[in-house]
Structure formats: C-alpha cells, structure tokens
Design a protein around this ligand. Structure first.
Ligand SMILES: O=P(O)(O)OC[C@H]1O[C@@H](O)[C@H](O)[C@@H](O)[C@@H]1O
Length: 297
C-alpha cells in the first residue's frame, strides 16, 4: 500500500492507501482522519487554526489537567498541552501497513507562567519536570494515539490527561454509545451528581457531559459509537491505561455560547474522550506513564 508523509509549517499529513490523517503541531491536535475520503473526526467550521486558541475538534490533548481546578486557578481549562506547539520528531515507522509520526513537549516548550500555575497544585509548589512524547500511527482502518509522559525531575508529581476525541456523526439522533452500561458516572450537567448508567446504548437528546469512571470493556461490551444512518460504520474506541471515559455533546444552548462552534454543529458530533481523569495519576521521579487509544472502523 503506498504510504506518504508531507509536512508544512503548520501540520503533517499522513496517508496509507486511501486513508489519511493530519496533525497540527499546535497542540499535536489530530484534525482529520479520512477513510476512503470519509471524514471520521469532527472539526468545527468555526475552529481557530492559527495557534491562538485550542482547536475546536479533532483530538485535542488534555494535559496536565482535565477541566478546571480550584488548586490551580491560573491553569486554563484542560491544561496547556492543547494550546502549546509541540516539536516534530519525524516519522518513527513507515511500513506497508502503518505509518507513525512523533511529537515532543517538555518544560522548555511551555509558557513559564503556565508551569508555575501547574506547580501550585504540587507538593512544595515545585514546577514538575516532564517530557512528553506523542505518537500518532495510521493504519488502513485504524488511528492510534500513544502518549508517554516522563517525570524527568527528582520528586513525584500529579496530573490528569485525556484524549478529547470529537467524532463526526451523520445525525446525533441516530447515534448511540455502547460499552458503558453498569458504569458509575459523574454528571457535570447535574452539578456533579453521581449515578450508574443503566442503558446498554446511550442516546443523546440534550446536553450531556458525563465522566464515566473506570470503564471496563470486553469484546461483548466494547466502547463504540454506533450509527443507524446507512453507510456510516461503527467506530470502536480501544484504550490502554485510560480508565475513564467522558461523553460530551453541548447541545443547543452551550453550542450558541461557544464562539468557535456553529449553532447547529451539535447535530453532527459527539465527544467520546478516553482519559485518566477521575483521580490524578502520581508519577514517581524518573518514571514514565504510557497510555493509548486506538480508533477502529
Ligand atoms: O470548551 P472546552 O474547554 O474545549 O471544553 C469542552 C468540554 O470538554 C469536556 O471534556 C468537558 O467535560 C466539558 O465540561 C467541556 O465543556
């Protein structure tokens, strides 16, 4: 199968046969995954792509903090990884069945004020020393995101991380998410109330913003986005070391409130976000945490 990589000042484009992906250096955000010309990721028509704002769509990388925290009021929502330009490390594998590329982010790449803000939540308020490597691998029917975060300092520190995946869907009314039945969740739309998911297939008919905690799946209960619309294949989400899953759709009112999201776009997207967010991960000095997600059609 012909494989190809092209780079430009803003992004890298990968292709393998009729499948392609593009990744912006800004945020190392994957902004496109096309199979036979069919786009599987949602990016808003109003997304800002000039590196001044997190990209509204694709797969923004949330690190070192999911959401907002009272401990770090100056650290922006969802941290700084999605709003910082990553270093391009080049192609790491290039075979007939997979092409992968790597990006890096470390302390020197990040605005010092943001590092100081992160330090507020750490023991002794010490700025964490880190090195992150992000690998994106494209196969004929898969897109893998692999994140490795190393503590390069001498003291442990905490973080939360998440792959904020926006999937494109034909019509939100025809979509269901499977694999979450019986899982406890925190409902951010209901002021953080906790409940257990009873449904085998979750449908969306209003604002949804839930953190499903410690989601265990098996081949018979796989995490997947299923569409009734003819011709739209199921996208499965396979996870490693990302126990929690956020399901988000802003619906009408929140859509109107977002400047980089068109009013009706809630109809054609759903976020299914794999992360380590319900509890922070403590990374000991010198150690590396690795996690990955594979989207498969
Ligand atoms: O607007 P942002 O910062 O990209 O966040 C979008 C959404 O991201 C989700 O992960 C959160 O659970 C939502 O609460 C949030 O609204």
């Amino acid at each position: 199968m012909p494989v190809d990589t092209t780079t430009s000042p803003d992004k890298v484009v990968l292709s393998i046969g009729t499948t392609s992906a593009e990744i912006y250096y800004y945020g190392a955000t994957v902004t496109s995954w096309k199979l036979n010309g069919d786009e599987r990721l949602f990016v808003s028509k109003s997304a800002v792509l000039d590196g001044t704002k997190a990209i509204r769509g694709g797969i923004p990388l949330v690190f070192p903090q999911f959401g907002k925290s009272d401990h770090t009021p100056k650290l922006p929502q969802h941290g700084f990884a999605r709003t910082t330009r990553w270093r391009w490390l080049g192609v790491s594998a290039d075979t007939a069945s997979e092409i992968s590329v790597r990006f890096a982010l470390g302390n020197a790449d990040v605005d010092p004020a943001l590092l100081e803000a992160w330090a507020e939540a750490q023991p002794g308020k010490v700025v964490p020393a880190f090195q992150a490597t992000y690998t994106v691998a494209l196969g004929p029917t898969t897109l893998k995101s692999h994140l490795a975060i190393q503590n390069t300092g001498t003291a442990p520190w905490d973080f939360t991380a998440l792959l904020h995946t926006y999937l494109a869907v034909g019509a939100i009314g025809d979509v269901s998410v499977t694999g979450l039945q019986g899982v406890r969740y925190v409902d951010k739309v209901a002021d953080g109330a906790e409940a257990t998911e009873t449904r085998e297939s979750i449908t969306v008919d209003g604002e949804v913003d839930r953190v499903y905690v410690d989601v265990k799946t098996s081949p018979s209960t796989r995490l997947a986005v299923v569409e009734k619309t003819p011709g739209r294949p199921t996208v499965s989400v396979h996870r490693s070391a990302l126990p929690d899953v956020v399901v988000w759709n802003p619906w009408t009112e929140k859509a109107r409130a977002m400047g980089d999201f068109d009013d009706d776009e809630y109809r054609t997207m759903i976020c299914v976000e794999a992360g380590h967010v319900a509890t922070p991960y403590t990374l000991p000095a010198g150690e590396t945490w690795t996690a990955s997600q594979t989207l498969a059609v």
